[in-house]
Design a protein around this ligand. Structure first.
Ligand code: F3S
Length: 81
């Protein structure tokens, strides 16, 4: 399974993620991206049928703000770094 979370400290609001995966990423009220399905907690796995979209978004983020792991992030984007 793939878990993800956006590091809002480094997101530069470029928008590539929500273009690549509109069902997964959207802007919050401050204009920074977040992983919508689990409110950017990194606790629920990306749906299998959305994994390709997710990988596109992950690869396209210019600031490496989209984190990727096989375990939950527990709200901490830097949990595995
Ligand atoms: Fe931010 Fe990267 Fe998306 S900079 S808006 S998380 S592509």
């Amino acid at each position: 399974a793939i878990f993800t979370i956006v590091d809002k400290d480094t997101c530069i609001a470029c928008g590539a993620c929500s273009l690549a995966a509109p069902d997964l990423f959207d802007y919050d009220e401050e204009g920074l991206s977040e992983y919508v399905p689990d409110d950017n907690t990194g606790m629920s796995a990306v749906p299998e049928e959305k994994e390709d979209d997710f990988l596109d978004a992950y690869e396209e983020c210019p600031s490496s703000s989209i984190k990727y792991a096989n375990e939950p992030f527990h709200r901490d984007p830097l949990r595995f770094e």
